[in-house]
Design a protein around this ligand. Structure first.
Ligand SMILES: C[S@@+](CC[C@H](N)C(=O)[O-])C[C@H]1O[C@@H](n2cnc3c(N)ncnc32)[C@H](O)[C@@H]1O
Length: 253
């Protein structure tokens, strides 16, 4: 895992490298109470456990994902203007809920950077160095300090309990092992820390189910997997005809 703090240069020439309720259709309207930026951050009891070991080896599916996103990086932001008000508003709402040391998992080209409160101490991780290059340019343009790290969401090198907030937008569906990534998000969050998530969900209706089965990484409902790994889901809702799920959860204290 390689990292850099924007706008500093890469090292060695290599890119360093809430509350319960189920509501729906609220995007673009009132932010859910669970995302209230005024809510106090929950503090760590024990920050700073040792980093997990990791090797340079990468499983073939993850390597294919990295190659794919490296290829897509140059074109990725062409679709930004087409994203639509619902997703744009969702990005704003989720990021406004970030507090303290915040990790954005699979930050991509940094589309969320402009939405974070200035006091947030931001780190972004992504598998693709090409996506990170664009995130770095965007952060420089915004004057937004961010530590950018090249690494795999399925085995992050951050110490246990090192972030108060983890954010992930439209990315879990791109990660080969969604459950493993959520386990990692849980691990790096402090007890009481917050998970802010929006993602595409699996197709559950015929004939779209046929497409789902052909996907290399079949998708599941993020909130279900989050619950399985130990998160307490405080809020979830579905947007865009149910194709996208938004989840606010926390690691129990
Ligand atoms: C659809 S893009 C979303 C980017 C960004 N989160 C956004 O909202 O625009 C998916 C991102 O997931 C990243 N990604 C895929 N697998 C990953 C993994 N195992 N670890 C970290 N990032 C990964 C890709 O490199 C890509 O940047």
């Amino acid at each position: 895992m390689h990292s850099s703090t924007n706008p500093t240069a890469s090292a060695g020439g290599r890119r360093p490298t809430g509350p319960p309720a189920v509501r729906s259709g609220t995007a673009g309207k009132t932010p859910p109470a669970a995302l209230d930026p005024a809510a106090p951050p929950q503090q760590s009891r024990d920050a700073g456990a040792p980093a997990r070991p990791s090797g340079d080896d990468m499983d073939p599916r993850t390597e294919r994902a990295r190659n794919l996103w490296n290829r897509r990086a140059a074109r990725y932001d062409l679709s930004e203007a087409l994203e639509g008000p619902v997703l744009r508003r969702t990005r704003e709402i989720l990021c406004a809920g970030a507090r303290g040391r915040t990790l954005e998992v699979a930050i991509g080209t940094g589309r969320n950077l402009r939405h974070y409160p200035p006091q947030v101490e931001l780190t972004g991780i992504d598998l693709s160095p090409e996506m990170l290059d664009r995130a770095r340019e965007r952060a420089d343009g915004l004057g937004r300090p961010v530590r950018l790290v090249e690494g795999d969401a399925q085995r992050m090198e951050f110490p246990d309990r090192s972030f108060e907030t983890v954010v992930s937008t439209l990315s879990l569906c791109a990660v080969p092992d969604q459950r493993r990534a959520l386990e990692e998000m849980y691990r790096v969050l402090v007890p009481g820390g917050r998970l802010l998530l929006v993602d595409h969900v699996e197709y559950t209706r015929f004939p779209a189910t046929l497409l789902e089965r052909r996907r290399e990484h079949p998708r599941r409902l993020p909130r279900e997997v989050a619950s399985e790994v130990g998160f307490e889901v405080g809020h979830h809702d579905r947007l865009l005809l149910g194709l996208v799920e938004r989840v606010v959860a926390h690691r129990p204290t």
